[in-house]
Design a protein around this ligand. Structure first.
Ligand SMILES: [Zn+2]
Ligand SMILES: [Zn+2]
Length: 436
């Protein structure tokens, strides 16, 4: 019998403050609940201890600015590393699926990282997806984000990537952090339709969530045909969550997991430490092993007053019939954006240039700077060569690097060669990111 892998990492040495909602107790109650239910004694489950992610595992996904030493901490490497530990177990055939219950969470961490935003610094699922592509040669991966908040970081990392399907179901951005994730955000010109956002009204219950799953998410997955499905599993849709307004129960999460059948699930948010996380995490684990979760006895009765399906159906219909065509492919596609790091009060200003290439996902140049007020000047250049970079994009990348070196106009140049698996920071010296 193939088992379900599970892994805990409560990160006792990582804290945003004792009264902060994202704290170590988030996993301690889950751990107690799982022991109490005797889950760990069942032959269906196998527990793993997390290993550290390597420098390169993070480098493949993020540009850490002004350099990794300012951003990375051991707990981040363990949380990201925990997801990789389960990935290896899965790919080696030891387990059939796995659930990494780790913190700190990751889905608000973007391609460029100056610090913590939305409680996230390193994007665990993005690091995981890119690890699977590099290490095991997977070509098509889907990430389904079921946290109540829009996973704007994951979306940002894969927005121009035609080989990663990113689907996010979340509470409408007009009513909740981070204020994005609208249906019109569908991916860059070369990855059009590979981002799918489904913003739900506050108060949506189990029936609404499952309707969306069956009508939009499962068909999108069937069409994309991923080799592997990752679930960004946020438990803050639960009706007792203090930060959001949804009405999902533990059973609803169990149903979602049973239908979605994720190969790997990675914990994101969820802040009702005693009343949601233990029950939701248990339901997910039981569903993953094909066991009955309907009997889970939650502390509070399930909500009755949820958004009616008649309000969800038109939304689903509007997403399904969206006819907007992909933007035309130009020589360069450009995007300007400001990013606010709410936890650390940092403003980032970013200009991106993505080559409109027909032979590969396209060279990706990011000019970025940070400050304490909106509108800082670009100080750093990130040169991202995507997986499967074509020769002409590589040539263009090398020219851009040589030019930047000659002019010395950037404080840091980060070379992020996903195709060649080479990553270095140039800031007066060359700092290669290593395998160790
Ligand atoms: Zn969340
Ligand atoms: Zn190209």
């Amino acid at each position: 019998m193939k088992q379900v892998g599970l892994l805990f990492f409560p990160a006792f040495d990582w804290s945003l403050g004792n009264s902060h909602p994202e704290r170590e107790e988030r996993l301690l109650y889950t751990r107690d609940q799982i022991f109490e239910e005797g889950i760990m004694d069942l032959p269906q489950y196998r527990e793993y201890a997390p290993k550290l992610a390597r420098e390169k595992d993070v480098a493949r996904t993020h540009a850490l600015l002004p350099g990794p030493e300012h951003i990375l901490t051991p707990p981040h490497l363990v949380a990201a590393g925990g997801t990789l530990t389960l990935a290896k177990a899965l790919m080696d055939g030891e387990i059939e699926r796995g659930f990494a219950m780790v913190r700190p969470p990751g889905h608000h961490a973007m391609h460029t990282v100056y610090g913590n935003r939305g409680f996230c610094t390193i994007n665990n699922v993005a690091v995981l997806a890119n690890f699977l592509r590099h290490e095991y040669g997977l070509k098509r991966i889907a990430i389904v984000d079921t946290d109540v908040h829009h996973g704007d970081g994951t979306q940002d990392i894969f927005y121009h990537d035609p080989n990663v399907l990113y689907i996010s179901i979340h509470q409408d951005g007009r009513t909740l952090y981070p204020g994005s994730g609208f249906t019109g955000e569908r991916g860059g010109p070369r990855a059009w339709g590979q981002t799918l956002n489904i913003p739900l009204p506050p108060g949506t219950g189990d029936d609404g969530l499952l309707y969306v799953l069956e009508e939009l998410v499962l068909p999108a997955l069937a069409e994309f045909k991923p080799e592997l499905v990752i679930n960004s599993a946020g438990q803050d849709n639960h009706f007792t969550d203090p930060l959001a307004n949804m009405q999902i129960t533990a059973k609803g999460y169990g149903d979602l997991t049973r239908l979605l059948k994720p190969d790997l699930a990675v914990l994101e948010g969820g802040y009702a430490i005693e009343t949601a996380l233990p029950y939701v995490n248990l339901a997910i684990l039981l569903a993953m092993a094909g066991m009955d979760y309907a009997g889970i006895n939650e502390e509070y009765p399930a909500p009755v007053d949820t958004v009616p399906l008649s309000m969800i159906k038109p939304l689903v219909e509007s997403v399904r019939t969206m006819k907007t065509k992909a933007p035309p492919l130009r020589e360069w596609h450009t995007a300007e954006r400001g990013v606010f790091y709410d936890t650390e009060y940092i403003w980032e200003k970013r200009s991106e240039k993505i080559k409109g290439c027909l032979d590969c996902p396209g060279l990706h140049l990011t000019y970025t700077g940070s400050g304490r007020a909106p509108g800082p000047r670009p100080e750093h250049l990130v040169i991202r060569l995507p997986f499967d970079t074509c020769p002409s994009c590589r040539l263009e990348a090398e020219k851009t690097l040589a030019e930047a070196q000659k002019r010395g106009s950037f404080r840091t140049v980060y070379w992020q060669d996903q195709a060649g698996d080479r990553f270095f920071y140039l800031d007066g010296q060359i700092r290669e990111m290593k395998d160790g």
